[in-house]
Structures are given as structure tokens and as C-alpha cells.
Design a protein around this ligand. Structure first.
Ligand code: ADP
Ligand code: ADP
Length: 212
């Protein structure tokens, strides 16, 4: 059965034109799914809806078959930290703290041991070629490094659902391959990845594509 589902969702920013009118899709464990479509169609908005950052005007978002819209803000925030890993372009890194502190932040919020979180973060950063940036401030890293740092932070939480917005946008082909491998590892462990992308090489490596 589906891990994550959108059931007839519609959304509109205020003010704004309607997006995703009555849109439905189900995402299953083991899947890496690409969401594609022209700019402005609502792809990023869809990730915010699936990631419980926005609520649909109509329709439902379900996690493990349970509707999550009705939950309190606090319960939704708890689910975001527990269930989801976000790899977004504006990686929302805290500019005043080091890359390492940014990566372990969510894990510490969940109550993970700092030493253990730091060790696992170092492994992830090494794997994605940003190990030497651990003490840098986010303002000192390149766009491609910031993307990989966001991925490290997301993976550190061992989420069940990875939501990614153009995760290979600023990466060279070798780094992009490493990132796509990570999505497949995640899926192989029973997770789901939903990836908004224009990158044909990435789309080709997804299990399926949903055009918006
Ligand atoms: P995509 O990711 O497909 O390019 P987005 O989800 O980013 O699309 O945006 C969909 C539409 O909603 C666009 O027209 C965009 O300008 C608009 N939009 C996005 N965010 C906001 C916001 N916070 N307030 C108002 N309009 C927004
Ligand atoms: P609250 O009363 O805090 O709004 P509920 O009583 O509805 O929340 O939910 C009880 C607990 O179950 C909460 O900790 C919430 O995070 C969790 N929960 C609710 N829905 C889901 C879901 N679809 N998947 C996983 N956990 C959920």
C-alpha cells in the first residue's frame, strides 16, 4: 500500500491562480519518482503539500493511509522531522552556524546522540565529496556543495520519504550520479523518493515520471 498519497488535492496561493486542481498520486515504498513539468506549474508547491508544509485547499494528503491534514501544527512538525527528508534548492541552511552544525541539527532535535550524529554526518559528507567543508559557513560553499550538504542533512535523519527539488541542478555528472545512487539506496531500504527535476539523466534513472 502507499506510503504517501495525494488525494484530489487543490491549492491556490492568496492571491494566485489555482494549482494542482484535483490532483492525485500515490507513492509506494521502494519507488524513486520524478515529477516534471513547465516552470510555474506547481511542482515545488506539490513538494510543500506532500511534506506537510502547506495544507491543500481541497483534498487530502495521507501518510500510511492516514490523513494528516487534521493534525495539530505540532504533530505535523513532528512528522516532518521524523518521516521526511527535504532536499530543497534554498537549502535553508543557517548562515551563522557551520555546515556540520547545520547537518546534525535535525538529528539532534530528534534526540540523537551528538557524537553518533557527527560520525554519521562525516561519513555522508565524505561520500558526497563535501567532507572538507564541515567547518565552513554556508555562505562559503558553492551551490553544488550546498545541494549535497542539504542531502547529507536529509539522509542523516534516515527519513522514510525524501522530497527533492532539482537536487542535481548545480552538479557535475559524477556528483549527480552519486546523488541519484543515494535516492536508489534510500528506495531499496523501503523508502520513497519524490524528485522534482528537469534533468533528463535523472528522469531516466527514476522508476517512473509524473508530468505536472
Ligand atoms: P514550479 O515549481 O512548477 O515552477 P511553483 O510551485 O514554484 O511552480 O509555483 C507555482 C505558482 O505559484 C507560480 O506561479 C508561482 O509564482 C506561484 N507561487 C509560488 N510561491 C508563491 C507564494 N508564496 N505566494 C504566491 N504565489 C506563489
Ligand atoms: P494530535 O492530537 O497531537 O494532533 P493525533 O492524536 O492525531 O495528534 O496523533 C497521535 C500521534 O500519532 C501523533 O504523535 C502524531 O504525530 C502521530 N500520527 C498521526 N498521524 C500519523 C501518520 N499518518 N503517520 C504517522 N504518525 C502519525
Amino acid at each position: 500500500s502507499a506510503l504517501l498519497e495525494a488525494d484530489a488535492v487543490s491549492f491556490r496561493y492568496d492571491p494566485g491562480t489555482p494549482l494542482l486542481e484535483g490532483w492525485s498520486a500515490a507513492f509506494h515504498p521502494g519507488e524513486v519518482v520524478a515529477v516534471t513539468g513547465p516552470s510555474g506549474r506547481g511542482k515545488s508547491t506539490l513538494l510543500y503539500l506532500l511534506g506537510l508544509m502547506l495544507k491543500p485547499r481541497e483534498g487530502r494528503v495521507l501518510l500510511d493511509g492516514r490523513e494528516v491534514q487534521g493534525l495539530s501544527d505540532r504533530a505535523r512538525a513532528g512528522l516532518r522531522a521524523e518521516v521526511f527528508g527535504f532536499v530543497f534548492q534554498d537549502a535553508a541552511l543557517d548562515a551563522t552556524r557551520t555546515v556540520m552544525d547545520n547537518i546534525v541539527e535535525t538529528a539532534l532535535y530528534r534526540g540523537d546522540d551528538r557524537r553518533d550524529a557527527t560520525r554519521r554526518a562525516d561519513e555522508l559528507m565524505h561520500r558526497f565529496g563535501v567532507g572538507l567543508r564541515r567547518g565552513a559557513k554556508p555562505g562559503q560553499v558553492s551551490g553544488g556543495q550546498a545541494q549535497r550538504i542539504a542531502l547529507c542533512r536529509a539522509l542523516l535523519g534516515q527519513p522514510r520519504v525524501l522530497l527533492a527539488d532539482e537536487p542535481t541542478g548545480n552538479l557535475d555528472p559524477d556528483s549527480a550520479d552519486l546523488v541519484v545512487d543515494a535516492f536508489h539506496d534510500h528506495a531499496a531500504r523501503g523508502g520513497t523518493a519524490v524528485i522534482v527535476t528537469h534533468d533528463p539523466a535523472l528522469v531516466a534513472r527514476c522508476h517512473r515520471r509524473i508530468p505536472l
